[in-house]
Design a protein around this ligand. Structure first.
Ligand SMILES: [Zn+2]
Ligand SMILES: [Zn+2]
Length: 328
């Protein structure tokens, strides 16, 4: 019995380690070595435009950022979330494919065979655009909810409690947020894939398995890793109305209340622009990252993991105490 349990734990740990390492080799992941390298090249270009006197390596890898307490929490959270993915999320990814199948069936039953079927090229282009736009819009809506709904903010705060940014800060999210994000992406993938499977008379399954998403690839290649970094890459003013630049995401992490709930977009800035939550890079000077005064409560891995639950239970306990006191 004990032996079986040990064996099972060993298998899970081995899978977790393999998953964590695969983030650096999987071309679909942001921290793939290829994208880290392209981000370094772009960072060098930014470095050349600054007045920093030190060497490029010192500029890019300061100990006070990469070995800060905040960064160590990022690294632990990345490892822990890999474990959560293996146990709680991996087994459910298949639901995206089920959902695609049922969505396709639903369209067939509701509308019959489409009168016009999309060709291979049209499908590839429109499917990629639809997946990118719907993914981006749904991420924006979830992110807005995370900032506006107090219960969700307690969980999202973990991402914002980072006081230094490095590419792994992307994965400094509470496991509850990780699950919400994964449910969102499984739903979007399933529904959009089912729709295009219907519109293209089943050509889509061949493409889905190819995993082609040229827009995501370009986004990752063009310095996506600099979003969570100290490298202030800004886009030309007009472009920042359309695409969120790395510095615009850094503004999203600013501890200045003027910047709270701003620049919530992932790739596209248009949602922020439409809803009035967009800040352009040139409107902002020096920034500090974090959530301000309550940051000290988030200075350990365990606190980041447990604080959302503590903060949600606290008012409940308080109200119970008041009720008890009134009863006496
Ligand atoms: Zn946020
Ligand atoms: Zn972030």
């Amino acid at each position: 019995m004990v032996f079986e349990l040990l064996k099972e734990s060993y298998v899970i740990l081995e899978q977790t380690l393999t998953l964590a390492i695969s983030y650096f080799t999987n071309p679909g992941k942001r921290i793939n070595l290829m994208y880290l390298a392209s981000s370094m090249i772009i960072a060098y270009w930014v470095f050349r435009t600054t007045s920093v006197k030190s060497s490029f390596l010192k500029y890019l890898f300061p100990r006070k950022i990469w070995l800060s307490k905040s960064a160590l929490i990022d690294y632990s959270m990345f490892g822990f979330n890999s474990l959560i993915k293996i146990i709680f999320i991996g087994p459910f990814v298949i639901f995206g494919f089920y959902l695609a199948f049922y969505a396709n069936e639903f369209f067939l039953v509701s509308f019959g065979f489409p009168k016009y079927t999309l060709g291979m090229g049209q499908t590839l282009l429109l499917y990629t655009i639809a997946l990118t736009v719907v993914n981006d819009l749904s991420s924006y809506i979830i992110h807005l909810g995370m900032h506006r709904i107090p219960i969700l903010w307690e969980f999202h705060k973990i991402h914002h409690s980072a006081t230094t940014l490095n590419p792994l800060t992307q994965y400094r999210i509470h496991p509850i947020e990780l699950m919400i994000n994964n449910i969102r992406s499984i739903l979007v993938f399933g529904l959009i894939t089912g729709l295009f499977d219907y519109l293209s008379a089943h050509q889509i399954d061949k493409m889905v398995f190819l995993g082609v998403n040229v827009f995501h690839f370009v986004f990752l290649l063009l310095g996506a890793n600099l979003r969570h970094s100290h490298v202030k890459l800004k886009y030309p003013r007009f472009m920042e109305y359309l695409f969120i630049s790395p510095f615009q995401h850094q503004i999203h992490h600013s501890d200045n209340p003027d910047h709270f709930n701003k620049n919530l977009g992932s790739k596209l800035a248009i949602w922020d622009w439409i809803l009035g939550s967009l800040i352009l890079s040139n409107a902002v000077g020096k920034i500090k990252f974090g959530i301000g005064t309550s940051n000290s409560n988030y200075d350990s891995f365990v606190n980041n993991l447990l604080n959302p639950f503590r903060n949600l239970v606290k008012p409940l306990l308080k109200s119970l105490k008041v009720t008890n006191y009134n009863d006496q």
